[in-house]
Design a protein around this ligand. Sequence first.
Ligand code: AMP
Length: 224
Amino acid sequence: MNILVFGPNGSGKGTQGAIVQKKYNMPHIESGAIFRKNIGEGTELGKKAKAYIDRGDLVPDDITIPMILNRLQEPDCKKGWLLDGFPRNKVQAETLAKALKDAGIKLDYVIEIVLPRDVAKLRITGRRLCVNDNNHPNHIAFDAIKPVEKNGKLVCRVCGGDLKTRPDDQDDAAIDKRHDIYYDTKTGTMAAVNYFKGLKNTKVISVDGRPSIPEVSESIMKHL
Ligand code: AMP
């Protein structure tokens, strides 16, 4: 099964993607996480991507598109994949659809997590990333997923790991820019979502992202 997951930053798409990935045992390919890993390791790709990411801009297509298309050709993707964070604009959507068509690969589902922009913004600044697994949900403003305190500091509620924040999550302008791109229906991410809504053989599952994590995943799972 091959799945794309869309949602604005703060919608919980990474968390939901991880739940789907676990259930179906498929690779969870997160473009943002690939960039962050490369930045952490100081690779050439990471060096090229960093300034764009810090500002909340998209990394240019000529870097991002081959990175993802190459990743989809790795052997673990033969049994299916869940792609999260890509495509992010209409050009990426069209390029991906063409590459899949040329390779005879079917896109089975597109999951769209729908969240109003003001709610998404509130969710971003309070989220904390676990150093062991960035899909362990922790948020300082939501009781259900509040980090726990250990020896006077907040640690991951799932595994006790250290927590960190993403620099682009603490920068107001970067958050707004990421949301400008997401909610842009002309060339941005919503244009990509609408592109897939217009394809005949792809089923688009749109779910309300406002309820709790288990409720959102239940709404998704019942369609898969
Ligand atoms: P995310 O973890 O999905 O919020 O992505 C973090 C950042 O990585 C984004 O704000 C972009 O700068 C960059 N990025 C992730 N995915 C893409 C993409 N498909 N195209 C361009 N840039 C991307």
